[in-house]
Design a protein around this ligand. Structure first.
Ligand SMILES: NC(=O)c1ccc[n+]([C@@H]2O[C@H](COP(=O)([O-])OP(=O)(O)OC[C@H]3O[C@@H](n4cnc5c(N)ncnc54)[C@H](OP(=O)(O)O)[C@@H]3O)[C@@H](O)[C@H]2O)c1
Length: 364
């Protein structure tokens, strides 16, 4: 129970790397109750959700049947599939359930007007709200810059640089199918596939969110892509990334005002660990720089522990945990929010619901 005494009923939508972390968190939280989960994989149909995440049975099973989940009367759906659907999310919202998602809708005002109108209407019909969040897009490109901007007199440019090697990211469908690592360079561009256009779009949404929240008055958002081909073969989770195919993707999104870049997200992504000489060399993780009065910089890296010696796989999971927790921790505030689009710029600061786990639960 929270300070307000309410328990929110949650459906988990997709049980991949983020989804299993979300389920574990919901099971641990006294103010959240897991009432169902949508799965896409036939072998997960009917599996107990506790067992699915490596725990004791909890008596709630996974289902591929979307309609069965929509009539459960859940307070919130934690929507984390690999591929998203505005139609599906609108059906969830119209059913009366709120939606928190790590997958898209990070700043719906920047979506195509048709999509925005459908989301707004679905929220109106269901009396529900939608909130997109996570790590990046999410906290580091939305919440953190806004929090740090509270120390700014004036801002000239905000840049978030993400440096990541995806070799240990176990969601290989996202790495190889969606992002097209290991494919010829001609097959990787913003317009090369629906997913790459979509993926570019979610970072543009994030640029737009910051630009609007910080009054940047941008008139365009540009995308640049710089690809790097592998010099040798790499084996990644049993998949061969062949020499000569794409092993590095640098995507830079810039919100500009009269050509001047004001808000930037610069992603330096590799698979296989080869790093090109012509790219900048920030430390692994996320480096946020606010140039202004005063200028400031913060570096973020999440690990399983800074104190204990743990296997690399545990450290890699830390980013999935962080992503899923930002969403799960938002559920109570989202459920209490006024119906409609709720962004990182207008929900209250999301805090850890469990925290240290001692003391009375706060009321909000
Ligand atoms: N905002 C952020 O910081 C951030 C960070 C990481 C990931 N993400 C996003 O969060 C979402 C989940 O990521 P993840 O790492 O958990 O991915 P993942 O491990 O690849 O899992 C995604 C799940 O999607 C489901 N799926 C399979 N086929 C599908 C299809 N045709 N259409 C829709 N869903 C399908 C599967 O669910 P079942 O296994 O249940 O069948 C799969 O486990 C993705 O959209 C990802 O891009 C966001």
């Amino acid at each position: 129970m929270t300070g307000s005494g309410r328990v929110f009923r949650v459906v988990q939508w997709a049980t991949g790397a983020q989804g299993v972390e979300a389920i574990r968190a919901v099971l641990d939280r006294p103010d959240l109750e897991l009432v169902g989960a949508k799965v896409y994989s036939p072998e997960k149909e009917g599996v107990d959700l506790g067992v699915l995440v490596g725990r004791d049975p909890v008596g709630v099973t996974a289902t591929m049947d979307r309609e069965a989940l929509l009539v459960l009367g859940a307070d919130c759906v934690a929507y984390m599939p690999r591929l998203t659907s505005v139609e599906e999310v609108c059906a969830i919202l119209s059913s009366g359930a709120n939606v928190v998602t790590t997958a898209f809708c990070f700043y719906p005002p920047a979506l195509p007007p048709d999509d925005l109108a459908r989301l707004v209407e679905a929220c109106r019909v269901g009396g529900s709200s939608i909130h997109g969040t996570g790590l990046n897009p999410g906290n580091l490109s939305g919440v953190l810059p806004l929090a740090l901007s509270g120390m700014s007199r004036r801002i000239e440019r905000v840049t978030l640089q993400e440096r990541a090697d995806w070799s240990f990211y176990e969601s290989t469908n996202i790495t190889f199918e969606n992002m097209r690592f290991g494919r010829p360079a001609a097959e990787v561009s913003e317009e090369a596939s629906d997913f790459l256009r979509f993926n570019s779009g979610i970072f543009k949404e994030e640029v737009a969110l910051l630009a609007d929240a910080l009054r940047a008055g941008i008139d365009e958002i540009t995308t640049e892509v710089d690809l790097v081909e592998a010099r040798r073969d790499h084996e990644i989770f049993g998949i061969t990334l062949a020499a000569g195919t794409v092993a590095g993707q640098r995507w830079t999104w810039r919100g500009r005002r009269q050509g001047r870049p004001l808000v930037e997200i610069d992603a330096l992504w590799t698979v296989g660990g080869e790093y090109p000489d012509h790219w900048p060399t920030p430390a692994d993780g996320w480096t946020l720089t606010i140039e202004g009065d005063p200028s400031m910089q913060a570096h973020f890296l999440t690990l399983a522990s800074y104190e204990r010696n743990l296997p690399i796989a545990e450290h890699v999971r830390a980013a999935s945990i962080a992503t899923a927790m930002q969403a799960v921790n938002a559920i109570p505030d989202l459920c209490r929010a006024e119906p409609g689009i709720r962004t990182m710029a207008d929900l209250p600061l999301i805090r850890s619901g469990m925290g240290f786990g001692f003391g009375p639960e706060p009321s909000r």
